[in-house]
Ligand binder design. Structure first.
Ligand SMILES: NC(=O)c1ccc[n+]([C@@H]2O[C@H](COP(=O)([O-])OP(=O)(O)OC[C@H]3O[C@@H](n4cnc5c(N)ncnc54)[C@H](OP(=O)(O)O)[C@@H]3O)[C@@H](O)[C@H]2O)c1
Length: 313
């Protein structure tokens, strides 16, 4: 087993050490269902799949509520790949609405996984660095113990386990610090604040890997095309920075003249605790011959003109 699932079950394209990856397929030859199609990541994934002439069904929340078992079973038919981009992503609100967040992030993921398994489709489940406690000092490997410190993290961790239990043929792709053209995100917020204010205080004691949704979408497609073995992969940029460091890069790209002051998480308390160290390792990708995304600062320089010009949600 080249990836990290603790209880490997036979899967359509599961690897052995002698044969890590099955023959590649082309995205354009597959039938895709993208769930949560109104979201930031889904938008870029749909653009990419359509550009590849893939046969793709986009199911927004109004078309498919992932918490509705009958609707999920009906939607997941005659497709090869289901990508679950639907999620309760309001991290702070989840602290006071954990049951509702669980219904979407865990129950919904499990329903999709069960339906995908019944239909013989591969399920891609998007997960998060928040499944970890953030107390590590070296990049988290894919098989590190899950220890979420927030309600959102608990619901996403439960979603991972539901997917593992229901669908042997799954790809769990954990990402973090996402930004994109089509949605509200940290760079847009900071660019706006930098234009409005003379000085900004930004947290400097949380580190992570800013990741462009377009890069993550591309990675998901590459994993599927490579017929990567079922398991857990990390879909983040490489390198690391703090929110303060990321803001410096954002302000430089925006060309704004603002004074930046580092601050601490203790001085900027939010309802949900954030992991202090959200750096994920990419060994599982390398093991199956799929290239990781690349360094966060280089990718930001490529992304910045598109993202900062994007719609503000
Ligand atoms: N954003 C980040 O920094 C980040 C970091 C790590 C991991 N992730 C993960 O990455 C994935 C994509 O994130 P994102 O930022 O693209 O999220 P997003 O923009 O918030 O999109 C999530 C989508 O899910 C939909 N949704 C919510 N409940 C649903 C339901 N019951 N049935 C169907 N759809 C439902 C939402 O619809 P409504 O808008 O109508 O509610 C929204 O369109 C998620 O799994 C998230 O947990 C994100």
């Amino acid at each position: 087993m080249t990836t990290s699932d603790p209880a490997p079950a036979p899967a359509r394209s599961a690897a052995t050490s002698a044969s890590p990856v099955a023959s590649p397929v082309s995205a354009g030859d597959l039938r895709w269902l993208v769930v949560g199609a109104g979201g930031m990541l889904a938008h870029d994934l749909l653009d990419l799949l359509r550009a590849r002439s893939a046969d793709v069904v986009a199911a927004g929340r109004a078309d498919l509520d992932v918490t509705d078992p009958d609707a999920v079973a009906a939607a997941v038919r005659d497709v090869d790949v289901v990508v679950n981009c639907a999620a309760w992503t309001a991290v702070d609100d989840a602290e006071t609405h954990e049951a509702e967040a669980f219904t979407v992030n865990a129950t919904g993921a499990g329903l999709l996984a069960r339906a995908a398994a019944a239909a013989g489709a591969r399920l891609v489940q998007v997960s998060t660095d928040y499944v970890f406690d953030g107390r590590a000092t070296a990049p988290y490997p894919e098989d590190a113990a899950l220890a979420p410190v927030s309600a959102y993290g608990r619901t996403k961790a439960a979603g991972e386990w539901a997917v593992r239990a229901e669908a042997a043929d799954h790809l769990i792709v954990r990402t973090a610090w996402l930004y994109g053209e089509h949605g509200g995100c940290f760079p847009k917020t900071m660019a706006r604040l930098a234009a409005e204010r003379d000085e900004l205080s930004v947290v400097d004691d949380q580190v992570g890997q800013p990741t462009w949704t377009r890069d993550l979408a591309d990675l998901i497609v590459r994993l599927v095309e490579a017929q990567a073995p079922a398991g857990t992969y990390h879909g983040t940029s490489s390198g690391r920075t703090s929110w303060f460091g990321f803001t410096r890069a954002i302000v430089a790209s925006a060309g704004t003249d603002v004074r930046l002051e580092p601050t601490t998480s203790a001085a900027f308390v939010r309802p949900a605790p954030r992991p202090a160290f959200s750096v994920l390792g990419h060994d599982a990708l390398r093991a199956v011959g799929v290239a990781p995304i690349g360094e966060w600062d280089e990718r930001w320089r490529v992304a910045a003109p598109t993202v900062l010009a994007g719609e503000v949600a």
